[in-house]
Design a binder for this molecule. Sequence first.
Ligand code: SAH
Length: 251
Amino acid sequence: MQNLMANARIVLVNTSHPGNIGGAARAMKNMGIHNLVLVEPRDFPSGKADARSAGAQDVLEDALVVDTLAEAIQGCALVVGTSARSRNIPWPLLDPRETAAQALAELPKHQVAFVFGREDRGLTNEELHLCNFHVHIPSHEEFSSLNLAAAVQVITYELRMALLAANEGDTPKPIWGTQWDEELATNDQMEKLFEHMAQTLIEVEFLDPESPRQLMARLRRLYVRARMDRIEHNIMRGILTAIQRTLKKLR
Ligand code: SAH
């Protein structure tokens, strides 16, 4: 059988404590997930990470270290961001079990990333806006923030449970339909679309770069929620190019 988890990656952003990286690696290996991507870790490689990984050193050795979250999620068509608290513009929110069901349905088709934030302040709004869904582990409201490696354990455990259930013939039901005729656009294609959209909206004087407000965040939410496919993505790019061409002629 195809190793579905080969398409899953765990992304840790700006981790301060190398022990948490080791703990996350161990949690991942326990649940059969190998791909770890570290965005600007403060201290890595590190003896502390190795010690806490307790035998999951192969995960650490193969970990990819990159500079930005955009690089870390390159090529993914499903990106799930974890969040310990609610944010200013709410995104489609799943619980860990729903997340696992959704991811399991998509893993045979494309790459899926699960993004975890900094120990002290989680993920920024901009980072959360790169995601299709957010997932919140329903912890106690008065003490809602889990240790980073513990949060990785909860999410990867749910993935493991979803996989085991599917192997038993009891496939969990995804939230969003996954029968689609075209491949979905990847995160990097969506980023190029958003850049192009912002540029065009500035040219038609709909977006004021001096006072952008939440316009691009709202549009991002619309388009990541739509789960655009590649053809739809190409059509949108084509429309934007046509608008720019016509504007140029008019000037
Ligand atoms: N004080 C931070 C919490 C950071 S905890 C904040 O307010 O955002 C470090 C990371 O662990 C988070 O970025 C997230 O990836 C994960 N995490 C912790 N608790 C979580 C929860 N209840 N649900 C989902 N992810 C959680």
